[in-house]
Structures are given as structure tokens and as C-alpha cells.
Design a protein around this ligand. Structure first.
Ligand code: UTP
Length: 292
């Protein structure tokens, strides 16, 4: 397959489920431990070999751009205080000069529309799409696993999937699977939020995609789907009529950080995975649970 060099991060949504926290602060900047959600996802993309980071932002999202820029006054203050370790950590997180691009989705017309807004920056090459409100805790990361699994496939469209209990399938995009090809399954069907008895499986689409550029041609038709929004799943269903889609059941634990409980669980899980704070965190959790 052609190398996947570019990743798209749609960050233009309103984050209404997190109001009032997201009134002035973008959802994607909410921290999981001490890193904003968007930084965790950029880390995953970088680890997978992504060279160009494309952010689809919107109004009130300027702080995301600032986060991926140098902060001269802060660097100066840290230098004066000889905080070399902090300086090195900040430098490590920064995308290289010219490797981050920002474009705006002028209205939040849906995830599919946000992706379409990136078409000029992506060009005619396959790309990765990562939703910043989904975190997958695993090394290697979810995107790296997908790229590895697709190495031998000519022009892959790949969706990361995971199993959920069948009483929860109605909340997600669900796929049907056919033949196995290495660790990938052929996708036979995609259904958005099916009734439990109509779901083709209990494998749900989980916020990571590798897509061929022809998806932009489908999105250009601006067809409205559920909620009057331009949906990426609808576009994938259309593209799957002419191109194969595969699914990877990735390794790792996912957190839906667009929901309050998912976000809080991610904070606990990521804190417990950190050597420096895990012991204190564990003690706090025990105390809280005993009291509760
Ligand atoms: P969500 O639907 O989870 O985010 O979209 P949202 O709309 O911001 O949140 P709620 O439901 O109101 O709480 C998943 C990702 O797609 C982006 C969001 O920013 C989020 O990162 N998105 C969504 C866009 O960029 N544009 C859109 O029109 C919709």
C-alpha cells in the first residue's frame, strides 16, 4: 500500500455533552491526566509514522492551534528557572515546522463535512482519520496496528472496530464481517445505529480510519443523513460499493471521551498507567470507594 503520511483530526464540533466545561474551552483540550485529548491522539498518529497533521477547527478553537505552537514567554520563564526537563518535554510534543496544518469548518455540519473540509490539504492520497474524543490505551497504538495490518493490501480502506455487548449496538455504527485476510476482516455491511435485532454483529466502528481519497468525491455530494448532518459512515457505505473495506479488531482498551463517564474512566486508567502518580492515585481511589 502507499504509505499513510497524513492524518486528519476533526476538532470543530460543539462538544455539547460537556457543557458548561466546553463553553469557552474546546472539548479536545480537556486533559486526560496532564495532556489534552488532542495531544494523546497526535502522539498516537506520530508513533504510527504520520508526517503531516491536519486539524479541522472551527470558531472558538484557536487555542488548539496555540497548543501546537511554541510559547515563547513560557519557554523563557522555564529557561530562567533552569527547568530543562520541562523544556525538553514541551519541545518533544511540538510538531516539526510546517508539519501541522489548520483549516476551518465554518459550520459544524457533521463529521463527514469536517473531513471533506480537509480535502485540499490531504490531496489525492490515502490518509488516516482519528477522532480525538476516542482514546485507545495500548502500545503499539491503534493506528500503528492498522497500518501494520494493511501493509500488503493495495488500496485499503480500514476501520478500527471493537466488540460491545449486544444491548449497546444501537448507539454506534456497526459492521458485518466476511472473510478473514491476516488480522483484517472484509467488511460486508455498515449500519449506523441499528436496532438490536437488526445489527449484523456486535462490532462497532471506533474512531480510527484509513481512507482512500475517493471518499472526498462522495462527501462532495453533501448528502445529509441522521440528525441532518453529513455523516462519514454514510459516505463509507457509498464508497464501499466500489472499493473494499476492511476491519481490524484492535488490541487495547478504548475510552469514549465524548461521554462524561468515558472521559473520567480514561483519566483514572491513564493515571494508573503512570509510574509517577499510580501509587497515590490507587490510594485515593481505594479511599473514595471505601467511603462511597
Ligand atoms: P462528536 O459528535 O462526538 O462531537 O464528534 P461533538 O459534536 O463536538 O460533541 P457533542 O455530541 O455535541 O457533545 C466527534 C469528533 O468530530 C468532530 C468533533 O469535534 C469531535 O472531535 N466534529 C463533529 C467536527 O469536527 N465537526 C462536526 O460537524 C461534528
Amino acid at each position: 500500500m502507499r504509505p499513510i503520511r497524513k492524518a486528519v483530526f476533526p476538532v470543530a464540533g460543539l462538544g455539547t455533552r460537556f457543557l458548561p466545561a466546553t463553553k469557552a474551552v474546546p472539548k479536545e483540550m480537556l486533559p486526560v491526566v496532564d495532556r489534552p485529548l488532542i495531544q494523546h491522539v497526535v502522539d498516537e498518529a506520530r508513533e504510527a509514522g504520520i508526517e503531516h497533521f491536519i486539524f479541522v477547527t472551527g470558531r472558538n478553537k484557536g487555542v488548539i492551534e496555540d497548543h501546537f505552537d511554541r510559547q515563547f514567554e513560557l519557554e523563557h520563564a522555564l529557561t530562567e528557572r533552569q527547568r530543562q526537563t520541562d523544556l525538553a518535554l514541551l519541545a518533544r510534543d511540538l510538531p516539526g515546522p510546517g508539519t501541522a496544518s489548520f483549516t476551518r469548518q465554518q459550520l459544524p455540519l457533521g463529521l463527514g463535512h469536517a473531513v471533506w473540509c480537509a480535502r485540499e490539504l490531504v490531496g489525492r492520497e490515502p490518509f488516516a482519520l482519528l477522532l480525538p474524543d476516542v482514546l485507545v490505551q495500548h502500545r503499539p497504538g491503534c493506528l500503528a496496528q492498522m497500518i501494520e495490518a494493511a501493509r500488503h493490501i493495495e488500496r485499503p480502506n480500514i476501520i478500527a472496530v471493537e466488540q460491545v455487548p449486544s444491548d449497546r449496538v444501537h448507539m454506534y455504527g456497526v459492521i458485518g464481517i466476511g472473510e478473514r485476510n491476516g488480522s483484517l476482516f472484509a467488511v460486508t455491511e455498515m449500519v449506523e445505529k441499528p436496532a438490536r435485532e437488526r445489527a449484523p454483529s456486535n462490532l462497532i466502528i471506533t474512531g480510527r480510519y484509513i481512507l482512500q481519497p475517493e471518499i472526498f468525491d462522495v462527501l462532495a455530494q453533501e448528502k445529509r443523513g441522521a440528525g441532518g448532518e453529513i455523516q462519514i459512515t454514510d459516505a463509507m457505505i457509498e464508497l464501499s460499493k466500489t472499493q473494499p473495506f476492511y476491519a481490524l479488531e484492535f488490541e487495547g482498551r478504548s475510552f469514549d471521551c465524548g461521554s462524561k463517564v468515558g472521559f473520567l474512566a480514561a483519566n483514572v486508567a491513564y493515571a494508573l498507567a503512570r509510574e509517577d502518580i499510580a501509587p497515590a492515585m490507587r490510594a485515593e481511589l481505594r479511599r473514595l470507594l471505601d467511603e462511597g
